[in-house]
Structures are given as C-alpha cells and as structure tokens.
Design a protein around this ligand. Structure first.
Ligand SMILES: [Zn+2]
Ligand SMILES: [Zn+2]
Length: 468
C-alpha cells in the first residue's frame, strides 16, 4: 500500500483559491473517478466539499489502517536503523520497510498534533466555563506554566492553536473525536486539507460539511467508531485489536469498500475459554469426575490457587491496560509492557499478567504454534486434558512471543473455580520491555527462533553497519 495517493495519470491542475465548485469536482474526479460524493454536486462551499470528499474517500479507510500500523510500529521507530542481522537482504528489507513506516509516521504525527490542538482547546474551554476570565488571561496562565516568554508571537501561537482546536471540536461535534482520524491533515492532493484550511472554515461551511457526510451514515458510523477506538489506544492506552491485523494482507487493492470496513472492526476477545463440545472427547488419564465435560471444570470445593478461598473473583482482578500491541520486525506482533511512567515497573516478579483464552479442543487436535497443551495441575501426574487453540478466537495473551530467555511463563492454576492457563511474570517487567514466554513447540527452536537471544547468536558482524 502506498502511503500517499499516487498520481497514476495526468491530472488537471489544482484549482486556485477562487476555483469554482465545478473545477474542484473535476479535479477530485481526476484522482478518484468513482468517488461517492461526486454524484452529489449540490454544495455551496468549496472547503466543505473538499473536507467531505476527503472523509468519504476510499482512501480514508486505507488511511485508518495506515495510522494503526504506524502506531504499532512505534517501538521500532524509536531506534529506526538498529539492525543485528548480518544478512544484506534482511537489512535492505528492513531499511525499505523503515522508509515506508517513517513516511506513514508523518501522517500519524499530523494527526497527533491536531489532536493536541483539540485537547488544548477543550482544556481552555472547560476552564472558561463559569469563569469570567477571557481567553487571553487563560493563555497567559498557560504561558506562565510553560515558562515561555510572554510576548506577542508566543501569544499568537497559542491563540492559533486555540482557534484550530475549536474548529476541530466544532467539525467533530456530530460524529465524535474519532472523525479526526479520517481527515488527511496535509496539503497533499487532491483534498489539500491543511490545518489552515480547517482554521478558516466558517460555521456555515462546517454545517455544510456535516450535511454532506450525513448522507453516508453507515460508512461514517463504522469509520468514526474505528477512529474512536484508535484514539482510545493512542490516548488512553485501552488496547484493541482489529480484524485487519489478524490477516496477512499485503495489498488493500483487492478489497471492496465493504470488505475494508469489516477489516476495521474490533476483534472480539474471549473472556473465558470456549469449550467445544462438538468434538469426540477422549477421557483424560486420572480424570475423577463425570465425562465428557468442560476439561477445565473443577469441583466447587476446590480452592483458588491465588487466594485460597472457594468463592472469589481473582480472575476479574487481573491487571488491565498495562500492555501495548507492537510490531517487532520479523517476529511480527508482540506485547510490550506499558506503565504510566516511562521505564516504570509494570509487573512484579510472580505477578499474574493475564489468562490465555482460546477454544478448548481434545489433545493433539492441532499442530500449530497457536496451540498450547493444557495440563490439569490438580490431577495426579498432571495429564494433558485438552489443547487451548488460539488461532480463531482468544485474547491478547496469545500475541506474547516466544523467547529462549523469557520474562514470563505459562502456568496451570485453578483460579476462581476453573482450571486456567495463566501468564505469570518470572522476573520484574518494566515499561517498554517485550513480554515473552517460552513455548514448547519444536518449530521455534534453533535456526527458526527469532527471539533476541537466538538472533544475537547468529550475528557475526557486531553492531549497526551503515551502508557506504
Ligand atoms: Zn481467588
Ligand atoms: Zn530463541
């Protein structure tokens, strides 16, 4: 996917600032013949039309995916040219990928800047509510806090931020802040929606924009929902996984708009294991109760391994919002520990990080890295009673990568009335560290292992080598 709309043929020149509606329609048609808004040419204001056209473009869906990818790639962008590989193809591929990620990051940064303006205006406006002080006294208070020189130029900068932020709040009023993710805040063709364009929009133009996009209710609803979820990840660290990420997709060109929209839906997580009774279930060794049944069932008198009581809610008290989903280059997605303070402690040694959930199937049903053999801790000889298969459904714990020197481990415990696979920290885990565990699968061992320990062993050329 190209990060920016690529001109494939000769386009008419960008209409000048007094360009007529007709010229703008033609100009946008040159880029996207099938743009859904072109059937509706009833508009009075060019800025409203351009903003609506940008938001309703098929590219808006691609843009959403790009922003998400860019956010996930952040971990590697902190140190973009670090490489441990001594294989030139791997290094060349990494640099090519990095160039694309950094370009995409530019879009994310534009969004984040506008989002900061939006919140800046929200703060000033809420301070203003019920206060007799005016904007400039609030601006002065902020300048004081910043210890910036209180001169004309600094005041104008903040006043402009306030104006832009207020315009954005007004633009988003009907659809929520998620709408910001759909707007390409750049002067790029064909919509040319810079922050300045938003700043200059009058109320009547904003209303017309809202009327123009309102005709595409379902498209707007789905994309704005995605935008809101994405902002929740960015701002509040409430992680969500999207359907797009579950699939290995190289190009978005093959998808219809409806398919693209379905890729932006959140992946539903399993709160608890799903016992698939449709299988023919062999009775496990040393099973002491009636069979067949959910192999994670435990008798009600069995105490919880975490608290020692028989009636508890330990499973609902596990930590939340202490992780991020990141891309780890060749390993793909992984889990990074997250604390509200940079570098802070996230999990104590032996703390439970979460429960691995998935579909419970009979032992040896799947031969896949997305499978874990489940041993009953409370039965003699701890027999494998089932597999937890996370290929189709599960939760975020399934994204934890393998490492030969992991910081967490999978353990089998009875917690809150069920036998469960728990992920437990095997040492202190700090903000920014990748959460890893050791998987038994042979396919991960030796040359196939992508963990940092095995990658380091394969390196013969130390440190980064800069191509000359
Ligand atoms: Zn308990
Ligand atoms: Zn390894």
């Amino acid at each position: 996917m190209a990060p920016y709309p690529v001109a494939k043929k000769c386009h008419s020149a960008r209409p000048n600032k007094n360009g007529s509606s007709k010229e703008w329609v033609q100009y946008i048609r040159d880029f996207d013949q099938n743009h859904k808004l072109l059937a509706n040419q009833e508009f009075k204001h060019v800025a409203s039309f351009r903003l609506a056209a940008a938001v309703l473009s098929t590219k808006a869906t691609e843009r959403c995916i790009l922003l998400l990818k860019s956010w996930r790639a952040q971990a590697s962008l902190i140190d973009p040219f670090r490489t441990t590989s001594n294989d030139w193809v791997i290094r060349a591929a990494m640099f090519a990928k990095r160039a694309e990620e950094l370009e995409a990051h530019h879009e994310l940064n534009n969004l984040l800047s506008r989002l900061a303006d939006f919140y800046f205006a929200s703060e000033i406006d809420s301070a203003k509510a019920g206060s007799t002080r005016n904007d400039s006294s609030h601006i002065n208070a902020v300048l004081n806090q910043l210890k910036w020189a209180n001169n004309e130029s600094a005041r104008t900068t903040l006043q402009n931020r306030l104006k832009i932020g207020r315009k954005l709040r007004s633009i988003c009023k009907k659809f929520g802040t998620g709408l910001l993710c759909l707007v390409p805040f750049s002067s790029d063709a064909p919509y040319h929606i810079s922050a300045t364009v938003c700043l200059k929009m009058k109320d009547v133009e904003i209303r017309e924009f809202q009327d123009l996009v309102s005709g595409y209710e379902e498209f707007m609803r789905l994309l704005c929902e995605f935008g809101t979820s994405l902002l929740n990840i960015l701002v509040e660290h409430r992680e969500i996984e999207f359907e797009y990420e579950r699939r290995e997709i190289c190009s978005l060109d093959q998808f219809t708009e409806d398919e693209l929209l379905s890729l932006l839906k959140p992946v539903p997580y399993l709160k608890t294991n799903f016992y698939n009774s449709a299988y023919d279930w062999p009775k496990p060794d040393n099973w002491q109760w009636s069979w067949p049944t959910d192999p994670t069932w435990v008798p009600s008198e069995h105490p919880c391994d975490l608290c020692g009581t028989t009636q508890c809610d330990c499973i609902s008290s596990l930590p939340t919002n202490r992780y991020r989903i990141c891309y780890y280059d060749r390993k793909g997605r992984g889990i990074q520990a997250y604390a509200s303070s940079r570098g802070g402690l996230v999990f104590n040694k032996n703390e439970y990080i979460g429960e691995l959930t998935g579909e419970l199937v009979p032992p040896a049903t799947y031969d896949s890295p997305m499978t874990l053999d489940f041993r009953r801790p409370d039965l003699p000889e701890e027999p494998v009673v089932c597999q937890v298969y996370c290929g189709d459904k599960g939760n975020w714990i399934r994204l934890v990568n393998h490492s030969c020197n992991p910081c967490a481990r999978f353990v089998f415990k009875v917690v809150s009335g069920k036998a469960r696979v728990m992920l437990q920290a095997s040492r202190e885990i700090y903000d920014g560290m990748e959460v890893t565990a050791k998987y038994g699968s042979d396919r991960l061992k030796g040359d196939n292992c992508l963990c940092e320990v095995c990658e380091a062993k394969r390196v013969t050329v130390p440190k980064t080598t800069i191509p000359g």
